[in-house]
Design a protein around this ligand. Structure first.
Ligand SMILES: Cc1cc2nc3c(=O)[nH]c(=O)nc-3n(C[C@H](O)[C@H](O)[C@H](O)COP(=O)(O)OP(=O)(O)OC[C@H]3O[C@@H](n4cnc5c(N)ncnc54)[C@H](O)[C@@H]3O)c2cc1C
Length: 399
């Protein structure tokens, strides 16, 4: 049987793979494009399990790739949703400092906003109370009016429909299984020959990159994001988004309160070290070889205490206990009670890259290019927000 040929093969039908396909078709309508996805539908991993917040980009220093694409990506994604009739709520967000030690970070965030031309203002506690009446009386706060929440599942579906109409071929249940030789890969549907391959495989992007002989300096450590939901009785306490001031040495934003597009209010997510790239349950999604490899990295990070990892591990593991989770939420909203938080099956995994040479968590997106492939690594938050602008930057590198 002769192998199928495509000008472009994209691995992964998450938001990054979908938007890259869309950008390729915009620039080269006649090009043949295929998307390989190991699941039966698009967006079954990070792109279907996130908070749906369109971040304004205030967290990222102007030198980063994230800063280059986040604010622009958010503007475009919100506009896309509005044009396509997909639910989006331009609700804004507050970032609340609850201790004096967070004040330098508040200043840093405001500087980022200025450098990246993001609308953000320092507000006093009276103004905070008008925006979010139940928020804690903190020591400082920032208001970001351009933050929005979006129906991310509907976005994924709409982009998929548009790509099908443009002739992009989807192969579901079709895992990338390895590289045979240059421009020839093995998949669950047989061999495919390609002109150029773009690896957008999220939690498996590093593994695929390694089959191209690159990315040896990276190891992947997954972090599990679990959520609680506010009960009907407590739902009214959050109008939009209440975030803590993050630890900027970490790529996580901390437990926050978000009113998502359905009207539910989620509390979370955690950043609990996980033992599998798709370890959504306690043991679901774990396999021995992968768990041993991840366990090796986690133990090393714990022993060396890089990025203050020991504290992170203790604090985050503690959030399996509802009381500790509640305590994190109460810093933002002291009136919350245990009964206000009800369980939800919502859970996601953040596939975080660790650089084994520098021994640091990678904070930014990483693009690695070869003569026949490009690998999108570390597409962590806010890659959903960024995706439309990020895809443009990716495609700039290949055509
Ligand atoms: C809990 C949580 C909350 C978040 N909140 C936000 C937020 O509010 N705002 C925001 O902007 N971002 C948020 N993010 C981040 C955002 O969701 C991700 O950065 C983004 O979805 C990454 O998209 P992706 O396409 O790279 O990865 P994915 O969506 O994971 O897609 C990768 C795809 O590749 C497929 N794949 C993997 N291996 C193979 C293989 N061998 N063969 C074929 N297919 C393969 C997978 O099945 C998957 O479908 C959050 C993430 C989490 C986990």
């Amino acid at each position: 049987m002769t192998a199928k040929y495509f000008d472009y093969v994209i691995v992964g039908a998450g938001i990054v793979g979908l938007t890259v396909a869309s950008e390729l078709k915009r620039r080269q309508p006649a090009a043949s494009v295929a998307i390989l996805e190991k699941e039966t539908a698009p967006g079954m991993h990070a792109s279907g399990r996130n908070s749906g917040v369109m971040h304004c980009g205030i967290y990222y220093g102007s030198e980063t790739l994230k800063a280059k694409v986040c604010a622009d990506g958010a503007r475009r994604m919100i506009e896309f949703a509005e044009v396509e009739g997909i639910a989006v709520n331009r609700c804004g967000k507050v970032i609340l400092a609850t201790s004096e030690e967070q004040l330098p970070t508040v200043e840093k965030l405001l500087r980022n906003a200025q450098e990246n031309q993001i609308e953000a203002e320092r507000i006093d506690m009276h103004q905070l109370n008008e925006i979010e009446p139940y928020a804690a009386h903190g020591v400082a706060a920032i208001y970001c009016p351009s933050t929005a929440v979006i129906d991310s599942a509907a976005i994924v579906q709409r982009i998929r429909e548009k790509l099908i109409n443009q002739g992009v071929q989807f192969f579901f249940d079709c895992a990338f299984q390895g590289r045979e030789k240059s421009r020839n890969i093995k998949t669950a549907h047989g061999d495919i020959v390609y002109g150029f391959l773009i690896n957008c495989a999220g939690a498996y992007a590093d593994a695929i990159a390694k089959s191209f002989g690159i990315g040896d300096e990276y190891a992947l450590v997954p972090f599990k994001g679990i959520y609680w939901k506010l009960s009907q009785a407590a739902n009214h306490k959050v109008r939009a988004n209440i975030y803590p001031v993050p630890d900027v040495s970490m790529p996580f934003l901390g437990v926050h309160l978000t009113r998502v597009i359905s009207g539910d209010v989620y509390v979370g997510p955690t950043a609990i070290p996980a033992f599998g790239r798709e370890n959504y349950g306690l043991i679901q999604g774990m396999n021995l070889a992968e768990s041993l490899e991840i366990g090796y990295q986690l133990v090393g990070m714990y022993l060396r205490n890089e990025n203050n990892f020991r504290k992170l591990a203790h604090v985050e593991m503690g959030k399996y206990n509802k009381k500790n989770f509640l305590a994190a939420a109460q810093k933002l909203m002291p009136s919350l009670k245990e009964a206000d938080m009800v369980p939800t099956p919502k859970v996601g995994i953040r596939p975080q890259l660790v650089n084994t040479r520098t021994r640091k968590l990678e904070m930014d997106y990483i693009l690695v290019i070869t003569d026949d492939s490009l690998h999108v690594m570390n597409a962590i938050s806010p890659a959903f927000t960024s995706s439309l602008a990020f895809a443009e930057l990716i495609v700039d590198k290949i055509c």
